[in-house]
Design a protein around this ligand. Structure first.
Ligand code: BTN
Length: 301
């Protein structure tokens, strides 16, 4: 959201403000104020014109402006009512050189899961892809996926959903999947060009609209304010990416994999044992009969 519009909203939220006073305050013309107010109305903000001036009486329920309103993280939100896949759009933006864009959709018609699995994205969910250009080597990229899982889990806690993370990045409630994460990237040998972190949250959707092994926020605690939840997620993700050292402790605290017996299907075969730790950038340490094994990719049961 443009800075001027952010400032207009902030002053309107305080009480009625006369157009001329706002124009003086912002150092712009009255016509410019009026144009900004009209643009904000178009974006779903309810702004009444009273004798005393403009007053903000309602904010949009969901969408780009709804999420950006009050957002304390440097993401621009690109919203779509319906899109094929937010990750595909994120890749397009990344390839065009964009960064810190959150592509958000109410519904996806061609969403993708990990390992080419299907992912259902009915209307009412939070389907989000974060475009980032971190200055890191490709081998460190998994920490972004872990950060996304922690951010989602922490954001869910703010709406009363007690979720845990199954390695590497499924967010579960009572063993049922609530959030899936698909990270894609492009880079050279020593440096990432871009990372797109795709996060799918089964939010205000019916249980029948998601697979049997999955659940939705609606089933757990009822419908939530998706804009506020998305804001929490973006802010927490931003905190974690700027302080990568904090990711692993937070991941360990939210893990439902550690201290459990696991069977991990890896590209190199099955690893059986007890999950004892996760190491940077996201390697699972499994205590097997033959000693410790470190697993960097796979499916964990
Ligand atoms: C998985 O668990 O298999 C990962 C699912 C990832 C789904 C999200 S929804 C937003 C983004 N867009 C996609 O097409 N996929 C990811």
């Amino acid at each position: 959201m443009q800075d001027t519009r952010r400032r207009i909203l902030a002053s309107l939220a305080e009480g009625p403000v006369a157009g001329p006073a706002m124009a003086d305050d912002l150092g712009i013309s009255r016509t410019a104020v009026w144009k900004h107010v009209e643009a904000l109305r178009e974006a779903g903000f309810e702004i009444e014109s009273r004798n005393e001036g403009y007053l903000l009486v309602g904010v949009p329920a969901f969408g780009g402006a709804a999420v950006e309103y009050g957002l304390d993280a440097p993401f621009e939100v690109e919203y779509h009512d319906s899109i094929g896949s937010t990750n595909d759009r994120g890749r397009e933006l990344a390839t065009a050189g964009e960064t810190d864009v959150a592509v958000l959709a109410d519904e996806q018609t061609g969403s993708r899961g990990r390992l080419d699995r299907d992912w259902r994205s009915p209307s009412g969910g939070i389907w989000l892809s974060l475009v980032c250009r971190p200055d890191i080597p490709p081998a460190h990229a998994p920490i972004y996926t872990l950060a996304a899982a922690v951010a989602a889990t922490d954001a869910l806690a703010t709406v009363g959903v007690d979720a845990g993370i199954k390695w590497p990045n499924d967010v579960l409630v009572d063993g049922q999947k609530l959030v899936g994460i698909l990270t894609e990237m492009e880079g050279e040998a020593d440096r990432v060009s871009w990372i797109v972190v795709g996060i799918g949250i089964n939010a205000n959707v019916d249980g029948e609209e998601v697979p049997e092994t999955a659940t939705a926020i609606r089933e757990q605690v009822g419908d939530v304010d998706r804009a506020a939840l998305t804001r929490e997620l973006l802010e927490r993700f931003d905190e974690l990416r700027t302080d990568p050292e904090s990711v692993l402790p937070a991941w360990r605290a939210a893990s439902v994999t550690l201290d459990r017996r696991v069977r991990v299907e890896t590209p190199g075969g099955e690893v059986l044992g007890r999950a004892v730790d996760v190491e940077f950038p996201g390697t699972l340490v499994v205590e097997t009969e033959a000693g410790k094994r470190r697993v960097s990719a796979g499916d964990c049961e």
